[in-house]
Design a protein around this ligand. Structure first.
Ligand SMILES: C[C@](O)(C(=O)O)[C@H](CC(=O)O)C(=O)O
Ligand SMILES: [Mg+2]
Length: 299
């Protein structure tokens, strides 16, 4: 009922333990608090909160237009809806290293389990588009150092994302990952890797957990959980997948509505009212106040 019973500090501790287990952790992207509940219900290990989804949700492109306040606010709404740890996308950290420091403390306060800071220049863009540019190594290091020094909960996971693969190739990505680990990054998110072999090479180069981004219609092939586990990946995200699925379904439903004038033919594809009420645990609210719940399955 209401929000998660597990405190943010406890979630972070459990997340660290899960990571230490060496298991591949599966983090689908939650596009709202309700979808985070579904991800938890299905038995996934955590939820990812995507910058691309956050901006698309506002009807905006993913080019660094969203503010820290917007991102932290939405992150808090999603994170507190689930017992699972939530990783949030902090783009380039919302400014200079001092802004990065403030970003980390704000995201900690919002109850997130961890975040990633990337080495793109501002304004950033989706990691799977052409024409990206990255900052020099010194600037990238300063962002990660600022992030790590600002953190108050040592279990808040700070991941360094590098976008350099698509710009300068794999050897540069490996070099950059190594220096960012030396700067204190807890994990590496190598963006837009081209093949499983590239993930394997990154695995061999660094000792920290590695995140794989299985976003659709991008530069990476879509590898399965088993394939990623076999090359030693620790976290896999499907950042935008549920939003793409939901929007695809909404698109088709609107077409049906235009043609048929009703949605009767699509009822079977919908989440039933009973399933929704179960997911948001209506029954507990009724337990709290018996006048709340007046829905019966047989109706
Ligand atoms: C992971 C990502 O940063 C995101 O915002 O979800 C995006 C995903 C996407 O645009 O498909 C990315 O830059 O890869
Ligand atoms: Mg992003």
């Amino acid at each position: 009922m209401l929000y998660a019973r597990t405190s943010p500090a406890e979630k972070r501790l459990l997340f660290r333990e899960q990571l230490r287990s060496g298991e591949l952790l599966r983090f689908p992207g939650a596009f709202n608090p309700l979808s985070a509940k579904l991800i938890e219900r299905k038995g996934f290990d955590g939820v990812y909160i995507s910058g691309a989804v956050l901006s698309a949700d506002l009807g905006l492109p993913d080019i660094g237009l969203t503010t820290l306040t917007e991102v932290a606010g939405r992150g808090q709404q999603i994170a507190r809806a689930t017992e699972l740890p939530a990783i949030i996308d902090a783009d380039t950290g919302f400014g200079e290293p001092m802004n990065v420091a403030r970003t980390i403390q704000t995201l900690e306060d919002a109850g997130l389990g961890g975040t990633h800071i990337e080495d793109q220049i501002n304004p950033k863009r989706c990691g799977h588009l052409d024409g990206k540019a990255v900052v020099d190594t010194d600037t990238a290091i300063k962002r990660i150092r600022a992030a790590v020094d600002a953190r108050r909960d040592p279990n808040f996971l700070i991941m360094a994302r590098t976008d350099i693969r698509a710009v300068d190739g794999l050897p540069s990505a490996i070099d950059r990952a190594k220096v960012l680990v030396d700067a204190g990054a807890d994990a590496i998110f190598p963006e837009a890797m081209a093949s499983l072999e590239e993930f394997a090479a990154m695995r061999a180069a660094v000792d920290v957990p590695i995140l794989a981004n299985m976003t659709e219609f991008g530069k990476s092939e879509l590898f399965s959980v088993d394939q990623l586990r076999d090359v030693g990946i620790n976290i896999v995200i499907w950042p935008v997948s549920l939003l793409r699925m939901a929007m695809g379904a909404a698109d088709r439903a609107l077409d049906t509505l235009l043609v048929e004038g009703h949605l009767t033919s699509r009822l079977g594809e919908m989440q039933h009212r009973a399933e929704l009420y179960d997911l948001i645990d209506y029954a507990s609210y009724n337990h709290f106040d018996a006048s709340v719940f007046n829905f019966h399955l047989e109706h």
